[in-house]
Design a binder for this molecule. Structure first.
Ligand code: F6R
Length: 627
């Protein structure tokens, strides 16, 4: 069943959207268009001898826009010498050369690569003494005014609905000021600061009023984790509880999203409530599942009046009867359950795990099943995951290593020098400081041994645990390099060595740090290189620790009994460094990974059961990749 439902664009379907919203297949396509508009404006103004005033954002979202502007500058001669820029915000306090500073971020991601004169660049100054901040903010507003106001403002949107750092409660006429960050924003930024405790409590931000004065605004959002806040901003009421909703009042604001971030908009999620749609198999499938959930009635109990009274009359008219549709959808879902023969035997299986625990968290039950069925199961750990290890745990393991060395007479000068260097670094380490190479090595090796232990638990021998250590990840920071040919080479070589029949890829559309997405990018690029005889028979997609697939997308659901799920949880426990508390839990979930996995697997089973399918204890779910 093809699952790509075209997204309707006519007015009937966009009528709930109070800010014009454009949906692109992916972030790159969206960024190319926004960068194209910025470039055209700059060229037009240049030709008239006029400056172009740009309002700029930082964060994960605008990066592709800046990459494209850099490309246009280098390859198409885009001249930015008459641009004047004002950045939205900066943490407070924040030294400008710190790795978390937006000053440094802007240099690395844009200013060092284009020809905007340094004197034209303005970024809120996080290094000022507090008694000077207010005057600085007044002056910032005056400078924007003196420059003629902002021509184009780029915005991202935070999970709290903030634009700039205008957290809920900010008024629509607020100006540049010092504000206190919400705890959800601080938790969301925890990964950039190596832990929430290191995230500053305050920030200097342009006001909502300052932003709304810009002549044209592009508010960008990419990835599924933005879908619900995008819906609130675009379709919800105008409210200071979701500050981005104030864009509804701007005459030239546009929300620019990828398909994933658009996922909760009504025209994408449930277009049949807005107008007539084409009843493809997939639309039928998801609409009937939606109806069953909405009415809290199992699939086989839905009747004609349920269809008629809930926007699905045209679907009903197309078929013989409600019963026929109900049975068709039920049959499709039933066929996804792996108890019905879908799991192979005697094949080579390769699971790609972005970090050293995604495999067991997301599909530990399935991996154990596949081993039991006599498959040759391999796991490829794509990155070391070293940044997610707490310092005190690394130190504890260093103590163990030192003791062992002493006891076995291996504490020679080299070992002692290594030990001393790491301990000295740790005792002087500043909050948020990047680890020295030796400590990165300790943390990476620790996670490796945990992955080997979890593999052993699942019945996978050490020789089939592959540690790829992809170069894109090895920055020591949360910020990563783009995927390069050397990453793709490594993945391709493994595919050629193992020659798997099935591969599993963490293929969600978004994750809080972007690492999963980059890993998937490397795999798909490597698959493109495969000759037909080297291609796996099936590529399955699983999701990382954060969420499970929606039921209507699932192609394979692997049931787990209570004891199988318990066994899997013990596998997750092998990742000791991630136990008790994760360094990067994500903004909205404080639970440990095993708790999330347990809840997610039992919830998937319960969702199948609520639709009237058999009652299993837990389930892991997969989507078949369609090239
Ligand atoms: C950053 C800023 C913030 C971010 C928002 C989304 O300059 O003003 O409003 O745009 O928090 O952040 P990302 O893009 O990292 O998801």
């Amino acid at each position: 069943m093809k699952r790509n439902a075209p997204i309707p664009t006519s007015e009937i379907f966009t009528r709930l959207e109070r800010i014009p919203t454009t949906i692109y297949p992916d972030a790159q396509a969206a960024a190319a268009r926004v960068a194209g508009i910025i470039a055209a404006t700059i060229r037009e103004n240049n030709s008239r001898g006029k400056n172009t005033v740009l309002g700029l954002a930082t964060g994960h979202t605008p990066i592709d826009v800046y990459r494209e502007l850099i490309r246009l500058h280098r390859e198409d001669g885009l001249d930015l010498s008459k641009c004047i820029t004002f950045n939205l915000d900066e943490y407070y306090p924040m030294p400008p050369d710190s790795i978390q500073s937006y000053v440094r971020w802007m240099k690395e991601n844009l200013f060092d690569h284009v020809n905007i004169p340094a004197a034209n660049i303005h970024i809120p100054d996080g290094s000022l003494p507090e008694d000077q901040v207010e005057a600085f903010c007044r002056d910032y507003e005056a400078k924007i005014k003196a420059a003629g106001g902002i021509d184009i403002q780029i915005l991202g949107i935070g999970g709290t609905g903030h634009i700039g750092f205008n957290e809920p409660g900010s008024s629509p006429d607020s100006v540049t000021r010092l504000i206190t960050l919400d705890s959800a924003t601080r938790r969301g930024a925890a990964s950039d600061f190596f832990g929430e405790a290191n995230v500053p409590r305050r920030a200097i931000t342009m006001g909502v009023g300052t932003i709304l004065k810009a002549r044209r605004i592009f508010c960008l959002a990419f990835g599924e984790h933005k879908a619900s806040v995008v819906r609130k901003a675009v379709e919800g009421p105008l409210t200071d509880a979701v500050v981005a909703s104030f864009l509804q009042n701007h005459p030239q604001a546009e929300v620019v999203v990828d398909v994933a971030a658009a996922g909760a908009l009504t025209r994408v999620a449930t277009p049949w409530v807005l107008g007539e749609i084409e009843w493809t198999d997939y639309n039928e499938h998801r609409a009937v599942i939606w109806l069953s959930n909405k009415l809290n009635k199992s699939l086989l109990k839905l009747d004609a009046s349920d269809y008629d009274e809930n926007h699905l009359a045209s679907l009903l008219r197309k078929s013989e009867s409600a019963d026929v549709i109900n049975r068709r959808v039920y049959g499709r879902l039933f066929a996804t359950i792996a108890d019905n023969g879908q799991l192979v035997s005697g094949k080579r299986i390769l699971c790609f795990s972005p970090h050293p625990d995604d495999d067991v968290i997301s599909m530990g039950g399935t991996l154990s099943h596949l081993v039991r069925r006599g498959n040759e199961v391999h796991v490829a750990y794509m990155t070391s995951g070293n940044i997610a290890v707490f310092d005190d745990y690394a130190l504890q393991m260093m103590d163990f290593w030192q003791e062992l060395n002493r006891a076995s007479g291996l504490d020679g000068p080299k070992a002692q020098a290594f030990d001393k260097k790491v301990r000295e670094f740790l005792s002087a380490k500043q909050p948020g400081q990047v680890d020295i190479e030796e400590l990165q090595e300790v943390k990476g090796r620790l996670r490796r041994s945990e992955a080997v232990a979890a593999c052993r638990w699942m019945g996978i021998p050490k020789s089939r645990a592959h540690f790829l250590d992809l170069p894109f990840y090895k920055t020591g920071e949360v910020r990563k390099r783009p995927i390069g040919p050397e990453d793709i080479d490594i993945v391709y070589k493994l595919l050629r060595d193992v020659r798997p029949h099935w591969i599993f890829v963490a293929g969600e559309l978004s994750d809080p740090h972007g690492t999963h997405r980059l890993c998937a990018e490397a795999i798909f690029a490597a698959l493109k290189r495969c000759k037909p005889e080297e291609m796996p028979e099936i590529v399955w997609l699983y999701r990382g620790a954060w969420q499970e697939w929606d039921i209507d997308l699932i192609d394979l659901a692997v049931p787990l009994s209570h004891s199988e799920l318990t066994h899997k949880i013990f596998g997750i426990f092998k990742h000791q460094s991630q136990k008790d508390k994760a360094l990067f839990p994500g903004p909205y979930d404080d639970r440990e990974f095993w708790q999330r996995a347990e809840a997610r697997n039992t919830d998937t089973a319960a969702r199948y059961n609520r639709l009237g399918l058999p009652e299993y204890y837990g389930m892991e779910a997969f989507v078949r990749w369609e090239p």
